[in-house]
Write a protein of this length. Structure first.
Length: 358
């Protein structure tokens, strides 16, 4: 059995924690320590603390939010994926984890922004890399986030746009990878069937060859009562054109999760068109809201200008207080060798300085 690196991607509140907890009980190793469970995820997140902290720092450096709705945000994180120092950090950490276990599963909602980096480093370490993307209806995702993350000042429309942006680009980034898409509701309904599909499509037989005790432990994580947010746009403040686009993306994503209905390159072409449509929609939204953007930025620019002016005045004041050495005196110092200058009496030096400074 060779090295396996399974990456669990998908929007937050999409069932990624459920999947990683199942996979983690069927032979795959979740690096320790893990993020602690809370009321929003009582069964545990299945997220390595190091990965969460590292991704958080990288997103901060790129000025990107975990569910960022800006299409341009992908270019900001892509630059970090090419940074050799960042690659070396992951290489060291991942190499240490492989020394503990040959089969690793990594999950973090921020992971989708750095999939190319994980894929490249995983391959460098001789691992077979695969991506499992969880799918949950965007209205359910937004509703769940509104309930569990009320302190995050993101409006309904922005959360919906973030889902469209992250799912479209995650799909595009993983087209050349070993990958599979899993519906959250189907995982809840019969997790064994979905695990069997993952095992077959990714060619990982160990997932279905787990011992009875391991399967029982995996089953203990499946709590169907956790499906608390049902799909509905009715109570969400999302514009009609964004709802329509999100539904189109959702319908085509579902086809990727069902090989019987997947129409191959046609669905990928439609997803490409959806991505172009979203970029256009976001660009026009920015144009419409330009006055708001300018109003928000204007005080900052004024503050920066005031600080710059204050600094220039301070530099000028310091320069004025510095004693100025006359040009002739400087020239004299350059012309007279040091050994001779040392023999000149101090009173004569002072008189010469006063004379040359007139």
């Amino acid at each position: 059995m060779g090295r396996e690196l399974m990456l669990v991607a998908g929007s937050g509140r999409s069932g990624t924690s459920l999947l990683v907890n199942i996979i983690g009980n069927l032979g795959f190793y979740v690096p320790q320590p893990q993020l602690e469970a809370d009321d929003s995820n009582p069964q545990g997140f299945g997220e390595p603390q190091w990965v969460v902290d590292w991704h958080t720092e990288l997103l901060k450096r790129a000025n990107v939010h975990a569910s960022d709705a800006r299409p341009s945000a992908w270019a900001d994180t892509a630059r970090l994926c090419l940074d050799e120092r960042i690659s070396a950090q992951l290489h060291r950490w991942l190499g240490n984890q492989f020394s503990l276990h040959e089969q690793l599963v990594i999950k973090d909602p921020r992971l989708m922004w750095f999939l190319p980096l994980w894929n490249r480093v995983g391959n460098e370490l001789g691992a077979s890399v695969s991506v499992v993307t969880m799918l949950r209806h965007p209205a359910e995702v937004v509703t769940s986030k509104l309930h569990w993350y009320p302190n995050m000042t993101l409006v309904d429309a922005n959360r919906a746009a973030g889902w469209v942006n992250t799912m479209l680009y995650t799909e595009r980034a993983t087209r050349d990878y070993r990958r599979v898409f899993v519906r959250f509701d189907e995982l809840l309904a019969d997790w064994t069937q979905q695990i069997a599909r993952i095992s077959a499509e990714l060619d990982i037989p160990s997932l279905v060859n787990a011992r009875a005790r391991q399967q029982a432990e995996a089953d203990s994580f499946v709590d169907r009562s956790l499906h608390r947010s049902k799909a509905s746009w009715e109570n969400l403040d999302v514009p009609e054109n964004l709802v329509k686009l999100a539904e189109q993306v959702w319908e085509d994503m579902l086809l990727l999760s069902d090989v019987r209905k997947d129409d191959g390159t046609q669905v990928l072409s439609r997803l490409d068109r959806h991505r172009e449509a979203y970029i256009s929609l976001y660009r026009y939204a920015e144009a419409v809201a330009q006055s708001t953007t300018l109003a928000a930025v204007r005080p900052l620019r004024q503050r920066i200008a005031a600080l710059e002016k204050q600094r220039n005045l301070s530099d000028q004041s310091k320069a004025a207080q510095q004693p100025k050495t006359p040009g002739l005196l400087q020239a004299g110092r350059r012309l007279i060798p040091p050994e001779i200058r040392r023999r000149i009496p101090p009173r004569l030096k002072l008189a010469a300085a006063k004379l040359l400074s007139r």
